[in-house]
Design a protein around this ligand. Structure first.
Ligand code: BGC
Length: 769
């Protein structure tokens, strides 16, 4: 198992801090002298109309939003009126359009073809929330590399991914597309995707340009309702929402996408503070910003423009370089420049950014793809093998109670028969989840197919038990009959990925849709042991199941190898290693729910009890619900058990001065924090050791815990190991009350723990000098 050390998993030293452009990897590739001189030479030849053309992007295929109503792509390309197209997805189609751009437009500027390559291109990997649940950035990087190889073979050299939005509310349907609620884990995942997509060299023909989205705060939609407004203080923005974007930028992400939401009253697609000030000035971002789908024209609906020209001007001057699909830069920019409302310099800056990326990715030197190599790039055996590893590692074992004296899972290979029940047991299309690019259901292995292969046809008694929303009484009784005639019942329940997760799929109630809860209870009433496999793009609130069903797995949507990975886990040929990238709520009324919350002035002394059982009413809690999650962030069981000993650190005091020096010098190791971890079970297994910190006494209130490192540890039965995190000064640095990043005197509490709610802490002090 790959070990993610505290160092490699950690945000780079300047992740949240620096205002000067730090040393970069592939961002450097955007601004070489050679590229700059080619950009300048080309700019000098361009007419204003041609420059504006580079700022324009249209969907030439499927629509996920309002269409532009245009049918004149080819004519516009010839006239140099478009810089990018998206949703064109084959080598033949991209080559055909590229030939028009390169052969027939006056300056031969190639188009950049974009697509939402979100969790694989043709080889579909687990949905991103599942990829985050692997807590394995190296593996995620591999999935992104394969996605890049496949997409580029089809002429797609730009993906609108990764989505690095922090999501604290499970009602929000797009939680499925991100890495969950934590900025540290989210930053590690952001880097992994960017490195995987962009590869070592952006100009390699199999590299694709990454796009960090949706900048910024989109995941904080009020009430979890997609596209809704957000109110985020500058501190909260910098401390929690911006770090994954900063990590993506530092890993070299060449493009960013502005978002749909308004942030503190200003639409994020017209927000000079986040786009111009933070991204372009403070961070020194050299690439370009594309709007989200028609988010430029939506500025009017937001209410800060009453005509398209104003919307275009506000978005562009705020820092949105390319207009996706609104048609407003195309229609208005010329007049805006002629009337002096937008300067030539501003236009040149936007165009320069776009051309820079096109040159850096080698588009001018190799604009076409080899059509004969396209299909050979898809679903290669080695790619499918990575899909299986990723699927296996994404699945989180939430519950595994004893039945007849032993934990229900893994099932014995000798089990004589299994009732396989539920709308997701044999639905290949659902296994690939939402936003699956060219992924096809037919490529996916369902649990039914995999279990039959492992156990033989006669031992698997399948009953669909109805569909997601509709089930008849006879569907349910057929499922009950299947359970009655089997040793064990495996139920595959959850959400329909295409309609219930992803964009525009927010839910106000997050239980099992349709009659699935009833199906579960009726099957359980047979007295047969039940394994529940949840397929969902969010945590589902299932208090009954978490009390009565002995074994529960969160499978998200595992991708093309879903069934094989699940069958291996069920039968013990592999053990679950996934961990929650979010806090799993007990009820929807707890949302937004996240572990790294502030303590409040009246923290509940016993948050695990609702008020009527507690002693003091006047504390921060609900009358009718516990304050704790059903399962905490970082949690995940496996087929053995682990004991974590007390946390210890190799110093009791560190001075602010020494930390400041270490921050400036980017020194790696200012403190070692350890705990002894023992495998207390009877089989070898893997645990995810997590380092958490808390700071008290600071100028601004900091959360009760913050993830600061994680590493996977594999131990033989009975084996003990001292797990050590070497932490840097960044671990103790934060955005203080004045919105300045740095270290302050504080009391520090540290935990090495298997989840965000466990561990035996140690404390130390950060002293004045
Ligand atoms: C989504 C983006 C996506 C874009 C292009 C929008 O609706 O919010 O994430 O990249 O469509 O497909």
């Amino acid at each position: 198992m790959p070990v993610v050390s505290a160092q490699t998993a950690k945000a780079p030293a300047a992740a949240k801090s620096s205002t000067k452009a730090p040393a970069k990897t592939s961002q450097n590739q955007l601004t070489t002298p050679a590229i700059e001189s080619r950009v300048n030479a080309l700019l000098a030849k361009m007419t204003l109309e041609e420059k504006i053309g580079q700022l324009v992007q249209y969907s030439a295929g499927a629509a996920t939003g309002p269409t532009s109503g245009r049918t004149d792509d080819k004519d516009m390309i010839r006239k140099g009126q478009v810089g990018s197209l998206f949703n064109v997805t084959s080598a033949r189609a991209t080559n055909e359009l590229q030939h028009i751009a390169v052969d027939e437009s006056r300056l031969h500027i190639p188009l950049i073809f974009g697509l939402d390559v979100i969790h694989g291109f043709r080889t579909t990997f687990p949905l991103n929330l599942g990829l985050a649940a692997t807590w394995d950035p190296d593996l995620v990087q591999k999935t992104a590399r394969i996605a890049a190889q496949e997409a580029s073979a089809a002429g797609v050299r730009w993906t609108f991914s990764p989505m690095v939005d922090i999501a604290r509310d499970a009602r929000w349907g797009r939680m499925s597309e991100g890495a969950g609620e934590d900025p540290f884990l989210g930053s590690a995942m952001a880097r992994a995707y960017v490195r995987g997509y962009q590869g070592e060299h952006l100009d390699a023909p199999d590299s694709i340009v990454a796009c960090a989205k949706h900048y910024v705060g989109y995941g904080a939609a009020e009430g979890g309702r997609d596209y809704n407004s957000t109110e985020i203080s500058e501190h909260t923005l910098r401390e929690y929402y911006l770090p994954p974007f900063r990590a993506a930028e530092q890993a070299g992400a060449a493009t960013f996408m502005s978002a749909f939401n308004s942030l503190n009253g200003i639409p994020t697609s017209a927000n000079p503070f986040t786009l111009k000030q933070i991204l372009k000035k403070e961070w020194g971002f050299q690439g370009f910003v594309v709007s989200d789908w028609t988010s430029v024209s939506e500025i009017m609906a937001h209410g800060i423009a009453i005509d398209g020209a104003t919307a275009a001007r506000k978005a562009f001057l705020a820092g949105v370089d390319m207009d996706m699909q609104s048609n407003l830069y195309h229609q208005n920019m010329l007049k805006l420049v002629q009337s002096g409302k937008v300067s030539q310099t501003a236009i040149d800056d936007g165009v320069r950014r776009i051309l820079r990326v096109k040159f850096a990715m080698g588009l001018f030197d190799h604009p076409y793809v080899d059509e004969s190599k396209e299909s050979g790039a898809f679903l290669r055996p080695e790619s499918v093998a990575v899909a299986k590893t990723a699927a296996s590692k994404s699945i989180v074992l939430l519950r595994n109670e004893s039945v007849s004296g032993a934990p229900l899972l893994p099932l014995s290979a000798k089990v004589s028969s299994v009732a396989l029940i539920g709308p997701l047991a044999d639905d290949a299309g659902n296994m690939i989840g939402s936003w699956a690019a060219l992924g096809r259901g037919e490529d996916a292995v369902t649990l039914r197919r995999a279990l039959k292969q492992k156990l033989g046809d006669s031992r698997v008694h399948y009953a669909q038990g109805g569909n997601f929303l509709d089930a008849t009484d006879s569907d349910i009784s057929a499922a009950v009959t299947a359970a009655q005639s089997s040793d064990v019942a495996v139920l595959a329940l959850g959400e329909d990925a295409p309609s219930m997760t992803g964009e525009a799929a927010s839910r106000s109630w997050i239980g099992l849709p349709g009659r699935q809860q009833e199906l579960l209870e009726k099957v359980a009433a047979t007295g047969k042991p039940v394994v529940l496999i949840l397929f969902s793009g969010r945590p589902l609130t299932l208090p009954w199941a978490f009390e009565h069903v002995p074994a529960v797995l969160a499978a998200w949507y595992p991708g093309v190898q879903a069934g094989n990975a699940l069958a291996d886990l069920l039968l013990g040929d592999a053990a679950p290693t996934g961990h929650l990238p979010l806090s799993w709520p007990r009820s929807v009324g707890q949302e937004p729910l996240y572990y790294n919350a502030l303590n409040t002035g009246r923290p509940a002394t016993d948050p695990d009890h609702p008020a009527e059982k507690g002693e003091n009413k006047y504390v921060s809690r609900y009358l009718d619900e516990k304050s704790t999650p059903q399962y905490p962030f970082g949690y995940g069981l496996t087929y053995t058990s682990f004991h974590y000993g007390a946390t210890s650190a190799n110093a009791k005091e560190i001075s602010v001065t020494s930390l400041q020096q270490a921050l400036a010098a980017k020194s790696k190791n200012v403190l070692s924090v350890s705990a002894d971890v023992t495998n207390t079970g009877s089989r070898a297994g893997e645990t995810m050791a997590q380092l958490y910190a808390r700071l008290d006494g600071t100028s601004i209130a900091m959360p009760v815990r913050m993830l600061k490192g994680f590493q996977s540890v594999t131990l033989a039965p009975g084996e003990s190991r001292k797990v050590t995190f070497d932490v840097d000064a960044e671990t103790f640095a934060f955005w203080g009350a004045e919105n300045k990043f740095g270290v302050e005197p504080a009391r520090v509490t540290l935990w090495v723990a298997p989840s965000s709610s466990e561990g035996e802490p140690t404390t130390l002090s950060i002293t004045e000098r």
